[in-house]
Design a binder for this molecule. Structure first.
Ligand SMILES: [Zn+2]
Length: 91
């Protein structure tokens, strides 16, 4: 693992749950480990946008946007990965 990959791994571990970065209210799906809401990217549906807090991943069934907690935080808050490192790793 490169130094940069190591840094991203530490950042992911330091960040709060992916649900904290979802702009809409996330509804937990019964008997599953994922949450659904309106998609912040395409604005479609009530539960097209899915997030798995345990895995720290998200994905929209409609527009296909997906990724990890870092990707979601950058897209939703309009920040760079360097900003997240400053906030959560003090680096
Ligand atoms: Zn979408």
């Amino acid at each position: 693992m490169s130094a940069l990959q190591e840094k991203f791994k530490r950042l992911k571990a330091a960040m709060p749950s992916i649900l904290e970065f979802a702009p809409g209210e996330m509804i937990q799906k019964t008997e599953t480990e994922y949450y659904g809401s309106l998609c912040p990217f395409c604005g479609q549906g009530k539960d097209r946008f899915l997030a798995w807090p345990n895995a720290g991943r998200f994905w929209c069934r409609k527009c296909g946007q997906g990724g990890d907690v870092i990707d979601l935080a950058m897209k939703v808050r309009g920040v760079e990965s360097g900003d997240l490192m400053k906030t959560y790793l003090n680096e």
